[in-house]
Design a protein around this ligand. Structure first.
Ligand SMILES: [Zn+2]
Length: 404
C-alpha cells in the first residue's frame, strides 16, 4: 500500500517542482500497483493524462480485446523531457506487457513481449513479531515476498505451532527490472526455515514456459491422498474453520484453501472420481463437486468455465481438466476456492494434498531431473528422498485407475 501511494506522491511532487521557477522539463518515472476496483480510466486520471489522449487510448484498449488490467498488477509511468509519455502494465505470467504511448497528439497501444532482467537478492533474518512483519522489514511493504516464502512451506509447516520467536530464515528472491527501474519481486528461488531446531530448505524449479514448483530437501509431508488441483501453487487464503474470533466475535469460517492464479489457467482432478454436482450459483459462481473413493470429496468454485465434457455422473480419471480459473460468484481476484471433505466433514486441504499436481509430477519429472542435475549433490540426494513417497503414490493411483 505504502509503495503505491509513494509512487503517486512522487509524480505529484515533480509536477509541483516543474510548475515553479525554472521551466526546464523534468523526466518523470514512477512504478505503481493497480488497486482493487481501479479502472484504466481512473489510472489515466491519476496520471493527469490529457482527456483527449485518454479517451483515444481507452478506445484502442476496448478494440484490442486484450485481457484486462487486474488488481495487484504493476505498471510504470514514464514522461520524457520531450513530452513523450508511456504507461506499461506488466504481466509476468504471459510476459506480454500492455504498453500505452502518447507522442504529441498521437496515441498508440502495443503488446510488448519482453522478459525483464532480474537480479537475485539473498537475505537472512530471525522471526520477530510475525514472520510476515520480519520479511517486510527486510524487503519492504509488498506482501508478495512473505506470501511467496510461506507458499514454499505451506504444505508441511504449521505456522502457529512450528515457528518460534527468533527462528532463523533465509531466502533468495528475483528482483525484476525494466531498464533502470525496479518493477517487482519475482520468485523466491531458495528458502530455508528453522523449525524445531532443524533447518528445512526448499528450492524453486522453474519451467521454461513459465511457472514452477517448490521441491524440498526432506520428506515432511507424511501420507497424502490427493494431488494439487492446479499446476502453480500460490495460496491467498488458508483453511480457517473456527467460527468464533476471540476478539471480533462471530465471523465467517473459510472451509477451503484459495489458490490464486490468472484467469484461464487449468484446474485438474487431484484423484479419480465421479462428478456429483456442477452448475452455477450466486456465491460459488461456476462450481464442480467430485466424489472420490474412501469417503473423500472435493469441490471447485469461481471457475470462469466448466469443461464441456463434464456432466453429473461422469467418471473422471486423475488429472482430468475440470475447467479454468476465474472469478465468478462472490470473488474479487481470480482464484480457485478448493475444499476437501472427508467422511462428510471439511479438512484442511494443505494436510492431504501433495504440493504439486499429477501432471507436474508426471510430465515434468524429466525436466525436474535435468534441473536437479545442476543442483548440488547433497541436495540431489535429499530430493530423491522427497520423491520416494511420490513415486509410490503414483503407482498406487495408476493401479486404482486400472481397477475401475
Ligand atoms: Zn476461498
Amino acid at each position: 500500500m505504502i509503495r503505491q501511494f509513494a509512487g503517486f506522491f512522487f509524480v505529484h511532487f515533480l509536477f509541483l517542482i516543474s510548475g515553479h521557477g525554472a521551466q526546464i522539463p523534468k523526466e518523470i518515472r514512477a512504478v505503481s500497483t493497480v488497486r482493487h476496483g481501479e479502472r484504466l480510466r481512473d489510472i489515466f486520471d491519476h496520471l493527469k493524462i490529457n482527456p483527449v489522449s485518454a479517451s483515444q487510448l481507452l478506445e484502442l484498449y476496448r478494440r484490442s480485446k486484450e485481457v484486462g488490467i487486474f488488481p495487484g498488477q504493476k505498471y510504470r509511468y514514464v514522461k520524457s523531457k520531450t513530452g513523450y509519455q508511456e504507461i506499461k502494465f506488466y504481466n509476468f505470467s504471459s510476459q506480454r506487457h500492455l504498453q500505452f504511448a502518447i507522442r504529441g497528439s498521437k496515441v498508440d497501444l502495443d503488446i510488448k513481449q519482453q522478459v525483464l532482467r532480474s537480479e537475485l537478492v539473498r537475505r537472512s533474518g530471525n522471526v520477530h513479531g510475525s514472520l510476515m512483519k520480519s520479511i517486510q522489514a527486510l524487503f519492504g511493504e509488498d506482501p508478495w515476498v512473505a506470501y511467496r516464502f510461506m507458499d514454499a512451506f505451506a504444505f508441511d509447516v504449521k505456522w502457529k505451532q512450528d515457528l518460534k520467536r527468533g527462528s532463523k530464515y533465509f531466502l533468495s528472491i528475483e528482483k525484476r527490472f525494466d531498464g533502470p527501474d525496479f518493477i517487482a519481486f519475482g520468485e523466491v528461488i531458495e528458502a530455508s526455515l528453522e523449525v524445531h531446531d532443524e533447518l528445512i530448505s526448499r528450492k524453486f524449479l522453474s519451467y521454461p514456459d513459465g511457472g514452477g514448483v517448490f521441491v524440498g530437501s526432506e520428506n515432511r509431508y507424511g501420507p497424502r491422498e490427493l494431488f494439487a488441483p492446479v499446476h502453480y501453487i500460490h495460496i491467498s487464503s488458508t483453511f480457517q474453520p473456527r467460527r468464533l474470533h476471540p476478539i471480533r466475535g462471530r465471523r465467517r469460517p473459510h472451509l477451503g484453501v484459495d489458490f490464486e492464479l490468472p484467469t484461464g489457467e487449468p484446474v485438474v482432478a487431484p484423484l479419480q472420481g465421479v462428478v456429483t454436482k456442477m452448475g452455477r450459483n450466486r456465491s460459488s459462481g461456476n462450481f464442480v463437486v467430485i466424489d472420490h473413493q474412501g469417503g473423500l470429496s472435493t469441490s471447485y468454485a469461481h471457475l470462469s468455465f466448466i469443461d464441456p465434457n463434464l456432466h453429473v455422473g461422469r467418471r473422471i480419471s486423475i488429472g482430468t481438466n475440470l475447467g479454468k480459473i476465474g472469478c465468478t460468484g462472490y470473488c474479487t481476484n481470480p482464484h480457485l476456492h478448493f475444499t476437501v471433505k472427508k467422511g462428510g466433514g471439511h479438512v484442511d486441504p494443505l494436510r492431504v494434498l501433495f504440493p504439486f499436481s499429477y501432471q507436474v509430477a508426471q510430465w515434468r519429472r524429466q525436466e525436474m531431473q535435468s534441473s536437479l542435475q545442476k543442483v548440488d549433490v547433497g541436495f540431489q540426494n535429499n530430493i530423491a528422498k522427497f520423491f520416494g513417497p511420490l513415486l509410490g503414490s503414483l503407482t498406487e493411483a495408476r493401479e486404482t485407475q486400472k481397477r475401475e
